[in-house]
Design a protein around this ligand. Structure first.
Ligand SMILES: Cc1ncc(C[n+]2csc(CCOP(=O)(O)OP(=O)(O)O)c2C)c(N)n1
Length: 390
């Protein structure tokens, strides 16, 4: 590993979800800081919310990698992967394109073609973490065991490479932040929930859109957070129970973000809210059904789409809160949510804060995010393309 990394001018670390995010996240960050390696940190990797001012974590990769020319321009020569399969679909497409034997989603412009990257997976678990079969090397060691032992230091090549990712990352961040002001953008509610959570606190994100939105917009500048989730087979079952279970085990208050279907799947988990020692704020993004399916081509296939995929239920979730005697609040806009989360955490106990959104509007807002980010990257393409190769 030391010689592989030592010979790489453009190494990249992809940190996937970890079952021990505190340990693995620290190992990833220590390695990346010491050697000057950009880290694409999944929200569940333990490395994403290292805190403000961090110079190796690229928190906007999911948006950056929407842009085909940027994928080509940021092609690494070495990819080190830790953890389970990451959340981002754009990263998966980029990984295929960067890797030996992978299939590109689109042919890169001729002048952007680069050599395939060598890929190393570092993992000690029993299940192989390479479902795309891209690894050249599979190192069976825990990242926390191996990464501290990799020798090396920051080099001029790698500083330039890191600076390139940072430059592009800043551009994507500006465009993403602009897009979060679009009314009804669910990612803005997710951002508000994280910002409203206490520094160093635990945030539990549900499957479906909450974890994807956190991956898209989650910014280490918001502060240090410990992020937990139930990736598994991406189930939306048992989310309330898992979140309240995590709250019971945590020393600090927990904030959870989940969709309305995830809440409905596990309303009886709210029974645990009667435990007076439990402190948790459940932020429910209520778009009356499965908003994630609007992100897929199936959305155009009515009349089947709405009843069989979006599955609107028309239920008022305040009724569930009443049944289990959980204080229930509404947040109409992200600013209200941020304040509401902070206040509910201060009040203690279990609370539900509902944010009503619209599935269709949210899908349009996500499309606008993508358009703004790609337009921003298009605009700099000509200015930078002669100078940005390290
Ligand atoms: C137990 C289980 N059943 C069904 C699914 C399929 N599924 C994936 S996402 C989703 C919709 C989830 O809706 P919600 O929790 O409201 O979140 P949103 O999509 O609106 O973000 C469904 C039904 C699943 N992942 N897990």
């Amino acid at each position: 590993m030391s010689s592989l990394v030592g010979g790489a001018a453009r190494p990249l670390l992809i940190a996937g979800p970890s079952s021990d995010p505190d340990t693995d996240g620290s190992a990833v960050l220590e390695f990346a800081h010491r050697l000057g390696v950009p880290v694409l940190a999944d929200p569940l990797s333990g490395a994403r919310f290292a805190g403000p001012g961090d110079d190796v974590v690229v928190s906007t990769y999911a948006a950056l990698l929407w842009h085909t020319e940027t994928v080509a321009r940021l092609a690494p020569d070495l990819i080190i992967r830790t953890g389970r399969t990451f959340t981002s679909a754009s990263l998966e497409r980029a990984l295929l394109r960067w890797s030996k034997g992978g299939q590109a989603d689109a042919a890169p412009p001729a002048d952007e073609e680069s050599s395939p990257a060598t890929q190393v997976v570092v993992d000690s678990g029993s299940v192989r973490k390479d479902h795309l079969n891209l690894a050249d090397w599979y190192v069976e060691h825990a990242p926390s065991h191996l990464l501290p032992r990799v020798e090396g230091e920051r080099t001029a090549d790698r500083e330039a490479w890191l600076a390139l990712w940072r430059t592009y990352g800043r551009l994507a961040r500006e465009a993403l932040n602009d897009s979060l002001t679009i009314p009804g953008h669910e990612a803005a509610f997710v951002a508000a929930a994280v910002r409203g959570a206490p520094e160093g606190g635990t945030l539990f994100v549900s499957n479906s859109m909450p974890v994807r939105d956190l991956d898209l917009v989650g910014d280490p500048e918001w502060g240090r957070r410990r992020i937990l989730g139930n990736r598994g087979a991406s189930g939306i079952d048992g989310i309330v129970s898992t979140a309240l279970g995590a709250a019971a085990a945590a020393d600090e208050p927990l904030v959870a973000v989940l969709g309305d279907l995830a809440l409905l799947h596990d309303t009886n988990g709210l029974l645990r809210a009667r435990d007076k020692d439990l402190n948790a704020v459940l932020v429910v993004i209520d778009n009356d059904g499965g908003g994630i399916f609007h992100m897929l081509p199936i959305r155009s296939f009515e009349p089947a789409f709405t009843p069989y995929f979006a599955t609107p239920h028309g239920l008022d979730l305040a009724g569930a809160a009443r049944l289990y005697e959980v204080p229930f609040h509404e947040a109409a806009v992200p600013e209200d949510l941020e304040l509401g989360v902070t206040r509910a955490v201060e009040a203690g106990g279990v609370h539900i804060i509902r944010c009503r959104t619209d599935r269709q509007r949210n899908q349009e807002a996500h499309e606008s995010s993508r358009a703004l980010v790609t337009a921003r990257l298009d605009a700099v393409k000509n200015e930078t393309e002669d100078t940005d190769r390290p």
